[in-house]
Ligand binder design. Sequence first.
Ligand SMILES: [Zn+2]
Length: 400
Amino acid sequence: MKKIISVLLFVLFWISPIKASEPQPYVLLISLDGFRWDYAERGITPNLDKIKQEGVSALSFKPSFPSVTFPNHLSIITGMYPQNHGLILNFFENLYGERYRLSDTNAVKNPAWYWGEAFWETARRNKIITASYYWPGSEVWDENRRPNYYKAYNHNEPHENKINGIIEWLKLPYNERPHFITLYFHDTDSEGHKHGTNSPQIDSTIAVLDSLIGVIRQRIELIGMKDSVNIIILSDHGMSNIREDGIINIKEIIGEIDCDVNSSSAITMIKPKNEKDIELVFNKLKKAEQNYKVYYKKDVPAYWNFSRNPYIYPIVVIADVGYKLIYGKSTYNAVAEHGYDSHHIDMHGIFFAVGSKFKKNYRVGTLENVDIYPLLCEIFKIDGRSNIDGNINRIKYLLK
Ligand SMILES: [Zn+2]
């Protein structure tokens, strides 16, 4: 018996160091801003087509509501809906009148705005080195809450620099090398807003980004890491053209009642300065309700998960797809927009993944973006936060 026990102990001790030294996987997470689901179905994306054969692809990738950039990049990286991770819009105000704005570097770097735990924080706690060539929330002051390596955002950074940057990271000595890297391209969002979803400009941008995916895969192969780097390519939201008669001026409907207003094309939040005016403003908007929906904050439908955050104003107006809300004069003249109902197919993005962890030639339906955080935890075999909205069981089937 003693002999058996000692043999068992020997086997256990012998097994455990092998398990501990199992190589960490690599994941490169690429976001193509505003890359609508059907852009990959236009016959101009041979590199994404190749990934369909070699890896996993989804029919569409559903954003969280509202379908705008910062909230959704945070939903992807934290596994939480915007109302829970704190970034409810690209710009908003907290209860103390402090503003979060994309263009305000101080606000963007202030960790107090970010309530969720980003995957790079989870990874760092688990001794995984991380890096980011851009991602909303990756530049916070608190070193423990950002990736080990990160870049200050530059909208005009050449594509080539970004690709060189991630290859350099992958060539670092093993004990300095990041295993989780994010990469971001804004191009399809910018061109989509400017020229619309059916323009020759958007098609050529789609083709350029697709060719960059090809270059990235080729460069990774050249450094001998093709089999070890898993690549996930996704987008934060889709895009929809604005009808020519689709402008709705909310100020004209409300009139001269003094209100704090947070106005973007798809969503306008309204807080009358005098609380007594809330019902009056709501009733005016309800009476004129056409091509938009108006809700009291508490009544925003549960399927949008947009009523529980303290920074959401008492009245929420959401435009129908194809319409655009303005408040007073507007000089912003985009021809296509996003931010609308996240269930509408025009707001859906793409999801592709390829690498040793993923099934091959596996096509699935619609995936939800809050499920990426638990998927990353599963790939790296680490425990993630439990207070998330994502669910590993909705996405685990993508893995081998
Ligand atoms: Zn975006």
